[in-house]
Design a protein around this ligand. Structure first.
Ligand SMILES: Cc1cc2nc3c(=O)[nH]c(=O)nc-3n(C[C@H](O)[C@H](O)[C@H](O)COP(=O)(O)O)c2cc1C
Length: 271
């Protein structure tokens, strides 16, 4: 049995974002072995990041905000798959979703959700959904998830209540998109959780780990996290077999990162 948690960034319980999320989860459950939970971010206490960077530098437990962040992270940690669903607001995710992502900012420095499947649902009224799907893909990869391409749902005639249906054509397209997405997401849930990284993923890991090792002092949290996970010596974030080409490319990426790294003193000087 796989467990999936969907985080909804719309406060409207009868809105299109919630309905699309329920439909994706229903489609998923039709495959038979999925348990799901829907989390309305608007019903949780998520403070606004003030940018102090205590989480980056010292650790997330030093965040001055004491809210539901860790409870929500715990929900992700207990899940095999995660869905982020948001309406497009001013060409971006909703404020509820953005506040949540900002509170996870430290996890982009110290990714922790490897082995978990991830996808997104984005509902647009007029324009901007494609960019937000792309953005949420970047978010998922940055956090370490195995990302399944998200869906853009178009709802030009936005219903104010559940009793006003979407246009038939929009509904048909939504149904098709979510059916395809649920199949892809279910395949990902059933796939080996730790696939061989792509060349781009390998590049990102090697550049990050080498610059963190060379640039950051040992007492910086990112440095300690990478060291404690053995990432300064590993091929990738998790054990994997690299072929000869990727092994050679990995060594070249390490070399490139070492050449472009600034000395530790540069960062100590507060730049
Ligand atoms: C504050 C606000 C800003 C919005 N900005 C955009 C936008 O930039 N692009 C767009 O396509 N739709 C925009 N919309 C429309 C919503 O994306 C659309 O109505 C969506 O269906 C809302 O999802 P919901 O039904 O789950 O509430 C905006 C709506 C609101 C309330």
């Amino acid at each position: 049995m796989k467990s999936v948690t969907a985080f909804v960034g719309s406060a409207r319980r009868h809105g299109v974002t919630h309905r699309a999320t329920l439909q994706l989860l229903d489609d998923l459950q039709s495959f038979g072995d999925v348990r799901s939970e829907v989390v309305f971010l608007s019903e949780y206490d998520i403070g606004l990041c003030s940018g102090c960077k205590a989480c980056f530098i010292r650790g997330e437990e030093f965040c001055p905000l004491h809210d539901d962040r860790d409870l929500l992270i715990e929900k992700i940690a207990r899940s095999d798959g995660v869905v982020l669903a948001s309406p497009v607001y001013s060409f971006q995710v909703s404020a509820h979703m953005k506040a949540f992502l900002d509170r996870l900012g430290f996890a982009f420095h110290r990714p922790r959700f490897h082995g978990k499947a991830y996808t997104s649902i984005v509902v647009e009224g007029l324009y901007g959904g494609r960019g937000v799907v792309k953005y949420l893909g970047l978010v998922g990869r940055g956090l370490g998830f195995n990302v399944v391409k998200g869906s853009r749902i178009v709802c030009r005639k936005n219903p104010d209540t559940a009793h006003e249906p979407m246009l038939d054509e929009e509904r048909r397209k939504m149904d098709e998109a979510l059916a395809r997405q649920s199949r892809r997401f279910h395949e990902q849930l059933a796939s080996p959780p730790y696939p061989e990284p792509t060349m781009l993923q390998l590049f990102g890991f090697r550049m990050a780990r080498t610059s963190i090792e060379l640039e950051l002092a040992d007492d910086r949290r990112d440095h300690a996290y990478y060291r404690d996970h053995g990432w300064f010596d590993s091929d990738y974030y998790y054990p994997t077999r690299l072929g000869p080409l990727k092994r050679a490319a990995g060594a070249a990426f390490d070399w490139m990162a070492a050449r472009s790294s600034k000395p530790r003193e540069y960062h100590r000087a507060g730049r």
